[in-house]
Structure formats: C-alpha cells, structure tokens
Design a protein around this ligand. Structure first.
Ligand SMILES: [Fe+2]
Length: 587
C-alpha cells in the first residue's frame, strides 16, 4: 500500500527543494506537533505520492500546475491515530471495522488475530492477512503469542516455530502478540523461550500481557524481551512497568475501561508520557458506535486533565516509536507517510477530514473511498463441524435420587467461582432448575470434528430463556450452550450448525434473536449495521428476560478462558483453574 522511504528519498528531497512539484498542499494548518508539543499556526504541508516532503510556513516553491491545494482554514491538523493492540477477528470483517475506525481518526490498527488462528491455524492466518491488505487503512498484524492457553486442556490450533518464523517475513507481520501465559515465560517453557528468541533474532516486537505479576516474575518477563503490556488496571502497575523499561498501553475498550482509574494518577505523579499509549483490545459494534475508538480515549483523557498535545502524542507518535516505525509514521514531518487528520476544535476530536497516505478517505464525517470486496474462501465458512442435535444430547444422568452439583457460579459476566446445588433426578435424569437459577451448560468441540464435549451446571444467570448458544469463545472456540431445557438447547445448537456460527437465543422452541457469524463462527459477512442490530437484539432479549448481567454475550465468550479464575468449561471437561484439574459436574 505504501512506498518505502528508501525508494522515495530522491522525490521527497526534490519537492522539499522545489525542484519537483507536490501532488497536494495543505495550507493554513494549525499543526499539532507531537515532536515539540506546540501548536504551529499557518503551517503548510506539501505531499508527494503518499509521503510528506515539506512542513513549514511557505510551500509556494512546491506548487505546480497540477498541485491540489486545500485551505484548511486554521483548523487543527494532527497525525493519524493508532490502536496498538486489538482483536479485529470478531463480529465484522476487517473492512467493515476499518470504515468505523477511520471515522474516529484511527488510520493504523495493530491486530492480533488470536481467535482466527485458534480455529483455522496457519492457513487461516495467511488468509486473514489478505483481508487486511489493500484497504484505505493500515492494518499490521502479529502472530498470536498465547496459544494454546494451556496444552493440558486446550485444543486450539496454533503456529509451529517454523510457521512463526515464516509469518514474520511478511511485511505487515511485526512480531509476536500478547504472551498472556506469563508462567510459560517465568518457568522457561522451551517452546515459549524458543519463540521469544526467534522473534528477537528477527528484530521483531513482542507484545506482553502481565496481568497480576510484579517484582521478580515481572523482571524475568521483561528480561525475556517482552516490552509492552496493556493489562495494568491501576497506576502502581503502570509505574512498575514503566520503571522496568516497558511501554504501557492503557486499555479502554469493550472488555475493560481503565482510563478513569489511571489518567488522574499519571497527572498527579507527573509521569513521563512518552511510553504510554491507548489501546482498545477489541471493540464491539455497539461500543465503537456509542463511544468511538481512540478519539474517545483522547476526549476522556482531556476531560480528566491531560493536555491535548500529550493525548495526541499517546494516540499517534508513541505507538509507532514502540513498533520501531517512527521513521515512517507517528507525526507530521518530512519523509513521513501522510496520515493526517483535520479537526474543527480540540474538544470533539472527530475528524472532518482524514488522509491516509495522502489520499482523502474521510470527508465531512463520511468515508469517501472505495473498499474492494474481498473473497472469503468457502473452507473458512465451514467451521461448525457438528452433527444435528437432539434433546438427548444434553442429558446428565445419575442413579442417585438427590445429587450435589458442582456449579459454575457466575460472579459477573466473566469471573466465576465454584458453587454447589442440591438437585433431584427423575427417571435417572438430572435437570436444570430455573427456580433455583441453575442452568445446564455444555461445551462442544466444533472445530476438529470430534465428538468431544462436556455438560455441567451454571448458576446465577437469571434470564427466563430456553437456551443461549454461541460459537465464539476465547480462545478455544468451542460451541457453548447455556439452557434451561434440553429441547431448546438442541434447537439453539442446530441453528448455529445451519448458520455455521453465531449467537442465538431460543425460548419455547422459537428463535428470539440470532446473530449469524458465518466466517470461522466468529465474524459476520454482513454489513456493520446489520451485525450491530442483530447483536443489540441478542443482548436486549436476554437482559429484558431477566439476566442478572448487562453484557450476557460475555458469558459464553469467557466460559472456556483458562487464564481467568476460577471454574471454566471446555469441550474436554470442567476445569478448576487454580488446581489445573478437571472436576465432575455432579457428585
Ligand atoms: Fe488482547
């Protein structure tokens, strides 16, 4: 998509000297300089091809008969924003997400397609790279660094060391994604250490995930070449990481929102901001519509007291410095790629114009460029490898009349603890009990075509529905089915087989809401608007029917996620996370 600086220097130099004419000149810019933290009025910016050749007060010498001149009329001009860590392999295709991100001024996305890899392996990773190429936005990728989450229980696909090595040869693959199993680092797991040293030998970046560690474990992690983290949830964690030479991405996205906790302490402590960034870690369609993206982080941080130029620097320059791309991106200066935003004021931070590589892609709040339609190979839309279900597939049998169930008790949408409930069996069958808020929950391997599955009980869900099922679950992507009766659980499961993925809510034999996710069972091929509407319907249906939580879609998403406490369900069984052992659903 972009020229290399090496191949452009002669042309850029010629325009800067006036020996060659610019393609585009922006005049009367109030330039937000991320290099000096100044607002420089009356600036003129000359661009040739996709790069900036000249920044100064008089670009007259770069003007030719074909030069397009745009009078910015003293509006504010900043470099494009970046999201340094997010998962775009969710909900919508990269092209659909890109349109929304561009409207928020985000011109570079650093994607970690961990779930695509967990489902489709290396071949899927390569195909996913193509979906992010030749779009009017920059999408960089990393090789997922956290798979399998725990080889003892996980069945997710992953990349071999040789595949990782060949992946990083791709110009848009920058290194290794969040290494979230820090125990594999502190215990020097051989494959992990080999992977880290391979990345370092290739001069690649390694993204971190240091939730809950400090002191000697954090030192061991950092000394292994992992220099960033987006997991700090308070200022002490931020400071400890900065002091050890790490870069910190403050997360503000659909999984967590940490800005409000952290920014006031950054200000009161006078913390050096040049190693701080904002990241989303993933945004669902409703959140990006409601809040925005990195523009939201800037607005919120300024409301909390951060200076606008510091917020802009955290949203732009720092990201590219971290990824060793500072010679090409991050600021408005000669030689840089011309990713430029224009704002009316320093409050809304919604750009009126967005340029990517010198091309206008957003004007007056609308995307004004074409997105080429991408072909998704049919094999990537056949990932729910399950046979048709009957209600008998969800039975839990016991010869005892009264049983004690080990329930997965939902403390919130994400965190679980072990619960206990006395249940009665009838004709040897133990059923869920809506009266006591006890639900069946099942996990099925839908990726490998095996019959592997497990069924147990879940507590404290609350919605008066028959079943809620999903094919998207971090990072196992088992099909998860929660239900009050076996018949609706079978209907929900069969609906997801028919659609080859998605989320569905069923009550009394009827489909109440459905979000099809046909691509790998985690991404829809529908428009952003259609996905948004279907997703909203899933949430409101479950919430309106009494669910105890406002974001019920997170329940199946996190139920198999072994990196969080306390009890998880995977197709291989119910797992006690701390003891790293299976537990039985009933005693
Ligand atoms: Fe992440």
């Amino acid at each position: 998509m972009n020229s290399s600086l090496a191949s452009s220097i002669s042309s850029l130099n010629s325009v800067a000297m006036g020996d060659k004419k610019a393609d585009l000149v922006l005049k009367n810019c109030n330039l937000l300089s991320v290099y000096t933290k100044e607002i420089i009025s009356k600036t003129q910016i000359a661009i040739i091809n996709d790069r900036i050749a000249y920044v100064g007060l008089n670009a007259a010498h770069t003007l030719g008969s074909k030069t397009v001149v745009i009078d910015v009329e003293n509006k504010y001009v900043s470099p494009g924003f970046a999201d340094p860590h997010l998962h775009i392999d969710q909900f919508v295709l990269p092209s659909e997400f890109a349109k929304k991100a561009l409207l928020c001024g985000v011109t570079s996305l650093f994607s970690d397609p961990i779930d695509i890899v967990s489902i489709l392996g290396y071949k899927g990773f390569q195909e996913f790279l193509k979906l992010g190429e030749n779009l009017p936005i920059r999408i960089f990728q990393v090789v997922p660094g956290g798979l399998p989450v725990d080889a003892k229980f996980s069945n997710s696909k992953t990349l071999s060391l040789s595949q990782e090595k060949s992946a990083v040869k791709h110009p848009h693959v920058l290194g290794l994604g969040e290494v979230f199993s820090w125990t594999k680092v502190t215990q020097r797991d051989p494959k992990t250490m080999k992977s880290l040293s391979t990345m370092l030998e290739c001069d690649c970046i390694i993204n971190g995930h240091t939730a809950g560690i400090s002191e000697k474990k954090l030192n061991a992690y950092v000394s292994s070449g992992i220099l960033s983290c987006h997991e700090p949830i308070n200022f002490d964690q931020v400071l400890e990481r900065l002091r050890l030479g790490m870069w910190v991405m403050i997360r503000e996205g659909s999984i967590r929102r940490d800005l409000k906790e952290i920014i006031p302490h950054i200000l009161s402590h006078g913390t050096y901001i040049n190693r701080l960034m904002f990241c989303s870690d993933g945004l669902d369609p409703l959140d990006i519509t409601k809040f925005g993206h990195i523009d939201h982080c800037i607005r919120e941080s300024i409301k909390l007291g951060l200076k606008p130029l510091d917020a802009i620097t955290m949203a732009s320059k720092n990201n590219f410095d971290y990824y060793n791309m500072g010679k090409d991106l991050g600021g408005i200066a000669p030689g840089k790629l011309a990713d430029i935003l224009i704002f009316n004021d320093l409050k809304s931070f919604k750009p009126t114009k967005v340029f990517v590589g010198g091309k206008l892609v957003v004007s007056h709040g609308s995307v004004v460029t074409q997105f080429k339609k991408k072909v998704i190979s049919p094999w990537m839309k056949k990932t729910v490898k399950l046979k048709k279900f009957s209600k008998n597939d969800f039975l839990i049998k016991s010869k005892k009349k009264n049983v004690i169930a080990n329930t997965i008790f939902m403390q919130n949408e994400i965190i679980t603890k072990i619960g206990s409930a006395e249940l009665h069996s009838k004709d040897g069958i133990v059923s869920a009990s809506l009266d006591y808020d006890i639900w069946k929950v099942a996990a099925f391997d839908r990726i490998h075509g095996t019959n592997r599955h497990s069924i147990g009980f879940l507590e404290n869900f609350g919605a008066e529905i028959g079943a809620f099922a999903s094919t998207w679950s971090f990072h196992e992507n088992d099909m998860i089915v929660i239900g009050s009766n076996d018949s609706d659980m079978a209907i929900a499961s069969n609906h997801l087989i028919k659609n080859q993925g998605g989320l569905v809510v069923v009550k009394s034999g009827k489909i109440l809401a459905s979000l099809p996710l046909q691509f790998a069972g985690i991404i829809s091929t529908d428009s952003f608007e259609m996905v948004s509407s279907n997703f909203q319907k899933i949430i409101s249906t479950i919430v309106d029917l009494g669910c105890k939580f406002t974001r019920p879609h997170l329940i199946p998403l996190f139920l198999p996620f072994l990196a969080l406490p306390s009890i998880r369900i995977l197709s291989g069984g119910i797992v006690d996370v701390k003891k790293r052992s299976y537990i039985q659903p009933i005693n």
